[in-house]
Write a new protein. Structure first.
Lengths: 648, 502
């Protein structure tokens, strides 16, 4: 308990020291303090991982303090350390530790050095809290915390308009998801009277037949409503269509955080959350189907977009969205373990790809356009090699890490009976071709072919290369090592953290044919996915290195298709025109017409004018001439007399 | 013992005494010093008040009662329960902030400025402490005068229009309240507010009283559609005036609902709760959209205040719906407590943001409050930018900051009434972040466009002190709201049992 809390609080201490005293203690002290504290958190995570996961110690749960007690409701700040959270702790603190080291090299000449370290440590704290939470409230705290730091870091170079816009877009897109998320939490509280995972999950079966009114005349199953609302939150955080729009823009931030936040950790929070909520999602086939279909759509269609990007970071960003789609597909197919498995391998190789891309970017003095790169391989051998390892892992070439996790997902979808599984299977298969296509296109454009830049290029310093190597190793071997224990052992590595109904348990069916990681790699040549992947690499080579002119003629031939891809299917345009301008127009209307013209103009100032109008009329009567008053008196007298005397 | 028995009177009249002393000083420097020391002492007096308060009881505590006008049985009677205790502490906290900020910003007629705000502070504490209806009314109206003066004297260009609009709007509302109070006096022969509870009046009478109260309180909150005085008053008021307006004066409306409407005319409240919920939701969405398009920072924050107060009124009037579905009173606690917490947290967030606009405007020759005149302030004022980001996040309702707590509790409760209510209310997550952060972006980020920004100095020690105090408030309430809530439980429970239709 205390150790788990310490894992989260150490980076917070680092963030506070760097943030409040960074300028006083200087640059190197700042990075030493934060790195040592995050390093300590990483070591403690290793210890916890060993105790909980490897030695099978029972899960630990504990309340730190009571946040709010109100009526029958009790909201605690409490943590839960089980197989899933211990695994996530390990991954998050490892990647964060690597990114901290890498930052020394990448941000070396940036004036905001201390601020950057403070943010990154703060992010680590928030992410660890998100993972450690034992209830929805603390989960939401971490969830919003990572969102905040993501916003701050995307806009880190705040003098750049595009960076600040990207940050704002990310924050607001995430808030759209949060509306769903907080309503989901409210639904949980309303129907379970508690926000603790344990209480909620253990009572899920009581609510299977309960329905609730949504809108007049529309009723829906409570569990489905909860799951769909929560998933809306996950869609924003994990960049699923149509809430993915912020992730490409987030590339405006410095590359270390693209690796840490927008590839390896924060964006996977949605995946983690759904896996954590598996005891709820399992009882809602409708929600699972939604997850599956949206994930599949994201996986394939965002992959296409990566093919036409020119900015190296944006290629990897769209690739991240697409890979998150794979994870969502796994969730939808009830293969939660496979989703987390892919989350882990993806964290390694995607962080690696980003950091390697960052190494290229600094070598070229912050140039990100791949058309201005080319032929870098001989000058940056280690960067090239590590990028290639990342690319092979992403492309699912055996025996690299991505092969195992992605193959498991594809097979799991193949067996799944969730509605929409056929469509999803088609998408993930097609994705197996698209993924190598875009990542090897990036590899060829960057490291092969002709030079398109001026000046000489040098390999990056060791603080940059060490994290690359440290990430390249798990990108090669983590898949083979983990697939057995994570997916096919009994009990699985994540143990009781994940709940799967027997009729959804596709991984158990897969396990019957599983003969070990080596055999799986050897038998890869008999699978369609492997040949699709090779075909993807071949196509990338053909169109980018061997026959670049073919790509141009293709662009001309299918120009409208190319246009759709470059315009990103019009999501950004739609949001800009309908949502942003629409709400501003509505606001203008309410302000200018309703507030100023009607309420103020007609009623407030109008009543003022009304009174003045009658006062002015009335004033005419008060002429001040004696004979006017005398006349009025006489008339009045005459009327009164007439009334009384004549009895009118 | 004497001290314990009279602590409320001391809290009310000490600032007034301070105001007189301040007026007697002959230099600006001493005026500042005297006023700040009175404000500090008053805040420190809240410590024995808080410690001496028995939070397990709903009864009025620190009760004082002296005959004032015997012919009509009007008493000088004061006392506090959990809600008024919270508000009194908040008043003293805000009072100190405003005086400190005034030390910096006000260069003209310093003594009078300080005196006006000290009197206002005393009157406001009086409003929260009064248990006699006439005493309440006197404080309620008395507080308008220094506010009117502060806008009229230290305000900006269009201050006369705003001051008159402010005065007439609020005064018109409270006249009807007075009539309602007189009617209640006729029924009971007493001006003790407690005697008005549980009268079981007939429905038409209840409705008439409800609307009389509604006009008075809705103007103060302010609720749509009687909100248009607020943006004008805020923009024209000096920074300190805006802070008091936002942090305290708006809360008087909610306080009125809790103290008068709900317990005195419970059946009418239950009957008309639907209307109040709709008006609250309009405030949240409509006003949120209006806030997005504001070009003046103060107007933007003013509109955001109205939207945030929508949450407080929503929390108050949802209880009838919740209890309709649930069996025990307890289920509705969260809704009302959320409303009260929202009142406190909004004081920190919006108060800090209004101070921030003052800080920015002070550094401009033109004293501009227009967003377009600023850009890239973060580069020149990093400490200020960091603080302002914190308060902006509290305004947005980020977990861990004060702004989250009330919003969260109200949204959680809203789901118990109806899905659509919760859905509309939670749209604030998007709207609040849109208007707050879009403004933040345009003011603090980007390249510096205006030459004047390049010469701006970061916060001085006084401004930093103010902001540190506020930041502590924001974090304390956000991370550990229990001390505030513990004081409320018993009072809220009692209030709910009074407010339930038989």
């Amino acid at each position: 308990m205390a150790i788990a809390a310490a894992v989260a609080l150490l980076p917070l201490a680092g963030a506070l020291i760097a943030g409040l005293f960074g300028k006083k203690i200087g640059r190197s002290a700042t990075h030493w303090v934060t790195i040592v504290l995050v390093g300590a958190a990483f070591l403690l995570s290793c210890y916890l991982f060993a105790v909980i996961v490897l030695l099978g110690h029972p899960p630990v749960e504990g309340v730190l303090y009571h946040w709010v007690v109100s009526g029958p409701f009790n909201f605690d700040v409490a943590i839960l350390l089980d197989h899933l959270s211990a695994t996530m702790l390990f991954i998050v603190s490892f990647i964060s530790f690597m990114v901290h080291i890498y930052t020394i090299g990448y941000m070396a000449d940036d004036p905001g050095y201390e601020r950057f370290f403070s943010y990154v440590s703060l992010f680590t704290f928030a992410m660890l809290i998100l993972v450690l939470a034992n209830n929805f409230l603390l989960l939401f705290f971490g969830w919003e915390g990572v969102g905040l730091v993501s916003y701050l870091l995307i806009g880190f170079w705040f003098k750049r308009e595009s960076a600040v816009d990207g940050g704002l877009k990310a924050f607001i897109a995430n808030r759209v998801g949060d509306v769903g998320f907080i309503l989901g939490i409210a639904a949980v509280l309303t129907y379970f009277n508690s926000l603790d995972y344990h209480t909620v999950f253990s009572q899920a079966t009581h609510l299977l037949d309960t329905t609730m009114p949504l809108f007049p005349g529309i009723h829906a199953s409570v569990i489905t409503v909860i799951c769909v609302l929560l998933f809306i939150g996950a869609m924003a955080k994990s960049a699923q269509i149509p809430l993915h729009v912020w992730l490409p823009e987030s590339m405006e931030g410095p590359t270390p955080i693209s690796a840490l936040i927008h590839a390896a950790t924060m964006v996977t929070a949605g995946i983690y959350m759904v896996a954590r909520m598996s005891p709820l999602f399992e009882y809602s086939p409708a929600a699972l189907s939604l997850v599956l279909i949206l994930g599949a759509t994201t996986c394939l269609f965002m992959g296409f977009l990566a093919v036409v990007q020119q900015d190296i970071k944006r290629v990897i960003a769209y690739s991240t969205i697409s890979q998150l789609g794979y994870m969502a597909v796994a969730l939808g197919a009830s293969a939660y373990d496979a989703a987390i498995f892919h989350l882990i391998t993806h964290a390694f190789f995607k962080a690696l790809l980003f950091l390697a891309a960052g190494s290229v970017i600094i070598a070229l003095h912050h140039e990100q356009d791949m058309r201005k790169m080319g032929g870098l391989a001989p000058y940056m051998p280690i960067t090239y090699l590590t990028f290639a390892i990342g690319a092979l892992a992403l492309a699912a070439i055996p025996p690299f890490a991505g092969f195992y996790s992605k193959d498991a997902i594809i097979e799991a979808v193949h067996l799944s009976t969730t509605p929409g599984a056929h469509y999803a299977y088609f998408c993930v298969l097609a994705g197996a071709f698209v993924t190598p296509l875009y990542i090897f296109r990036a590899l060829f454009l960057t490291f092969h072919g002709k030079k398109h830049y001026e000046g000489t290029v040098y390999e990056s310093p060791w603080v940059v290369l060490i994290p690359l190597i440290a990430l390249a190793i798990p990108s090669m071997i983590a898949g083979g090592l983990l697939i057995g224990p994570m997916l096919f052992a009994t009990p699985r590595l994540l143990g009781s953290s994940i709940f799967v109904l027997p009729q959804h348990n596709v991984l158990a069916t897969l396990a019957e044919d599983y003969q070990g990681a080596q055999m799986m790699a050897i038998h890869a040549s008999q699978t369609m996915t492997f040949w699709l992947a090779l075909l993807g690499i071949l196509t990338a080579w053909l169109f980018n290195l061997a026959r670049p002119q073919w790509a141009d003629s293709l662009k001309k031939r299918w120009s409208y298709l190319y246009h759709i891809l470059v315009e990103k299917y019009g999501f950004d345009k739609f949001n800009q025109i309908v949502l942003v301008h629409g709400s501003r127009r509505l606001g203008e209307f309410f302000y200018k017409v309703c507030d100023l013209l009607m309420i103020d103009g007609l009623f407030v100032n109008g009543s003022g004018r009304f009174i003045r109008f009658f006062a002015n009329k009335g004033r005419r009567l008060q002429t001040g001439y004696l004979y006017h008053y005398a006349l009025a008196m006489l008339i009045g007298l005459a009327i009164l007399l007439g009334w009384f005397v004549l009895g009118l | 013992m004497w001290f314990q028995q009279n602590i409320l009177s001391i809290l009310i009249w000490l600032p007034v005494l301070g105001a007189i002393t301040t007026l007697l000083t002959n230099s600006d420097r001493t005026a500042r010093l005297v006023a700040s020391s009175f404000a500090i002492v008053n805040l420190l007096l809240c410590v024995p008040l808080y410690l001496g308060f028995d939070s397990s009881s709903f009864a009025l505590q620190f009760h004082e009662k002296r005959l004032w006008i015997s012919a009509y049985q009007i008493y000088y009677a004061v006392g506090v329960d959990g809600i008024s205790l919270t508000m009194i502490i908040l008043t003293n906290f805000t009072g100190l902030l405003v005086i400190l900020a005034g030390c910096q910003a006000i260069k003209l007629r310093v003594a009078q400025y300080m005196a006006a705000f000290l009197v206002m502070q005393g009157m406001m504490i009086g409003v929260f402490a009064a248990t006699d209806a006439i005493l309440f009314y006197v404080f309620w109206e008395g507080m308008l005068i220094p506010m009117y003066l502060s806008i009229g004297m230290w305000g900006s260009s269009n201050r006369n229009y705003a001051a008159v609009k402010f005065f007439l709007y609020t005064f018109l509302g409270s006249i009807l309240m007075l009539i309602a109070l007189l009617y209640l006096y006729n029924q009971t022969g007493s001006f003790d507010i407690q005697h008005y509870y549980g009268l079981h009046l007939s429905m038409p009478i209840q409705k008439a009283i409800f609307f009389a109260f509604l006009l008075a309180f809705a103007v103060k909150v302010p609720m749509w559609p009687v909100h248009t005085w607020l943006p004008d008053a805020h923009t024209e008021a000096p920074a300190g005036g805006s802070v008091v307006l936002a942090a305290l004066m708006l809360k008087l409306g909610i306080y009125g609902f809790l103290r008068f409407s709900m317990p005195i005319v419970p059946e009418a409240c239950a009957h008309l709760a639907g209307l109040m919920i709709v008006l609250s939701l309009i405030a949240i969405v409509y006003i949120g959209l209006v806030a997005i398009v504001q070009t003046d920072m103060k107007k933007l924050i003013a509109y955001s205040s109205i939207a945030h107060m929508g949450f407080a009124t929503l929390g108050c009037f949802m209880v009838y719906d919740i209890l309709h579905h649930a069996s025990a009173h307890q289920d509705a606690y969260m809704s009302l407590e959320g409303a009260v917490v929202q009142m406190v947290s909004h004081a920190f967030g919006s108060g800090a943001m209004f101070l921030g606009v003052g800080i920015l405007a002070d550094r401009m020759v033109s004293h501009s409050r227009l967003i377009k005149d600023y850009s890239g302030v973060a580069a020149r004022m990093p400490i200020f930018a960091a603080f302002f980001m914190l308060f902006a996040m509290s305004n947005v309702g980020l977990p861990g900051t004060a702004g989250f707590v009330g919003e969260f509790m109200v949204i959680m409760s809203a789901f118990q009434t109806h899905f659509s209510v919760a859905l509309v209310a939670s749209l604030t997550l998007i709207l609040a972040s849109s208007y707050t952060l879009w403004m933040y972006k345009r003011v603090f980020f980007g390249p510096i466009m205006n030459q004047e920004v390049t010469t701006m100095q970061d916060l001085n020690w006084l401004e930093t002190t103010n902001y540190v105090l506020l930041a502590i408030g924001v974090f304390l309430l956000g991370l550990y709201p229990a001390p505030v809530l513990n004081v409320l439980h018993a009072t809220i429970g009692h209030l709910l049992s009074l407010s339930m239709p038989a």
